[in-house]
Design a protein around this ligand. Structure first.
Ligand code: PEP
Ligand code: MG
Length: 325
C-alpha cells in the first residue's frame, strides 16, 4: 500500500480531461522540503522565509540563509521553489529590529514596507536567494505589495545586488522570475500594470480575505464573516486571473483556500495555474483533481459568480458531483 501511495503521489496534477493545475507545497523551513516532495508536491509555492528570522537574537547571515535556500533547491531536484522574502514586522515582530508595537499591526509596518528602512537586511536576503538560485529552479516573491513603486524599488535593489555579486565573481542565478503576493485588494485594479513588471502572481487568500472584507483573520467574533467563498471574492479572483492571463502571466493561490478539497472544483473552474498548500493536503487534492472535468468546473465557477450569497454558492457546490473515473 505504501508503494501505491508513492506511485499516486508521483502522478502529475491533471484533471480528468487533462487540464494542468500545478500542486505545490507551503513550507516554513528547509527541513520540511523532502517530506513535501514525497507527498507529491510539484514544487514549493511558498517558502515562508521569515521563519528563519524568528525566535532568535539576530538576523541570519548570508551564509546561513544561502545554505537553507540551497538545501530546499537541492531537495526540489529541478522543480520550482518560490522564495517569499521576509514577511516580518507588524504581527510577526522581531526584537532585534526595534519596531515599536502598533495598535493595528495587520495594517501596519510589515513585509515590503519595512525593506527600505532595513535595506541591508533585505539585500543580504536577496544575495542569499540569488546565490542559491544557481543550484536549482528558484523564483522570488515579494509579500504585501500594493503599489508599483514598491516593485520598481525591489527591482532596482535586485540589479544592484546582481552587479555586486558579478563584480565579486560569485555564482548566482542569472535570471530569477519575480512575482508578487496578491493579498492587498487594491492590487486587483492594477494587475495589468504589474504584468509589465513581474512574471507571476500568487494570491495570499489568508490576508486577502481579511483585507477585502475588513475582517480580522484572528478575531473569533468576526470569524463567521471570514470566508473567501463569496460572490465578491470569486469575482475578484476571476478578474485577477483573466487580466493576468491576457498578459501571459500565471496565477496561483498560496493561502489556506488552495488546500480545501471542497473548493477545488471552483478553483479549477477559475482557471488558476497553481495551488500551494501544506504538504499533508497534497495527496487528497491531487486525487480529487483527477476526478474533475475542467469544463464542468468552469460552468460551476461561472454560476458561482452569479450567486447572490455565500449560502447559494455552498448549495451549488453541494450539488456538484465530481465525474467518476
Ligand atoms: C496569505 O496571506 O494567504 C499567505 C499565504 O501568507 P501568510 O499566511 O504567511 O500571511
Ligand atoms: Mg499573507
Amino acid at each position: 500500500q505504501a508503494r501505491q501511495q508513492a506511485q499516486a503521489a508521483a502522478l502529475p496534477a491533471l484533471s480528468l480531461d487533462g487540464k494542468r493545475l500545478e500542486v505545490a507545497a507551503n513550507i516554513g523551513s528547509a527541513l520540511e522540503a523532502p517530506g513535501a516532495f514525497s507527498l507529491g508536491a510539484e514544487g514549493v509555492g511558498l517558502f515562508r522565509s521569515e521563519m528563519l528570522y524568528m525566535d532568535r537574537e539576530r538576523a541570519p547571515d548570508e551564509q546561513e540563509q544561502f545554505e537553507a535556500y540551497q538545501q530546499v533547491l537541492l531537495a526540489a531536484n529541478g522543480k520550482p521553489v518560490i522564495f517569499r522574502t521576509m514577511d516580518i514586522g507588524g504581527d510577526k515582530p522581531l526584537p532585534y529590529l526595534n519596531i515599536p508595537q502598533e495598535e493595528n499591526p495587520f495594517l501596519g509596518y510589515r513585509a515590503v514596507r519595512i525593506y527600505p528602512e532595513f535595506a541591508d537586511l533585505f539585500r543580504t536576503q536577496l544575495r542569499a536567494i540569488l546565490r542559491a538560485g544557481a543550484f536549482g529552479n528558484a523564483l522570488l516573491m515579494i509579500p504585501m505589495v500594493h503599489s508599483l513603486d514598491q516593485i520598481l524599488w525591489v527591482k532596482q535593489e535586485l540589479e544592484r545586488v546582481r552587479a555586486q555579486l558579478q563584480s565579486q565573481g560569485l555564482r548566482y542565478a542569472a535570471s530569477l522570475p519575480l512575482g508578487i503576493m496578491v493579498e492587498v485588494p487594491s492590487v486587483c485594479y492594477i494587475i495589468d500594470h504589474f504584468c509589465d513588471e513581474v512574471d507571476f502572481f500568487s494570491i495570499g487568500s489568508n490576508d486577502m480575505t481579511q483585507y477585502l472584507y475588513a475582517v480580522d483573520r484572528n478575531n473569533p467574533r468576526v470569524s463567521p464573516l471570514y470566508n473567501p467563498i463569496t460572490p465578491s471574492f470569486l469575482r475578484m479572483l476571476r478578474q485577477i486571473v483573466s487580466v493576468a492571463h491576457r498578459h501571459g502571466k500565471w496565477v496561483g493561490i498560496c493561502g489556506e483556500l488552495g488546500g480545501e478539497p471542497r473548493y477545488l472544483p471552483l478553483l479549477l473552474g477559475m482557471e488558476l495555474d497553481e495551488l500551494s498548500m501544506s504538504g499533508p493536503r497534497i495527496p487528497a487534492i491531487k486525487s480529487l483533481l483527477r476526478q474533475l472535468d475542467s469544463q464542468a468546473c468552469r460552468q460551476l465557477a461561472d454560476n458561482a459568480c452569479e450567486c447572490r450569497s455565500a449560502d447559494d454558492i455552498e448549495t451549488l457546490l453541494a450539488d456538484f458531483a465530481p465525474q467518476e473515473d
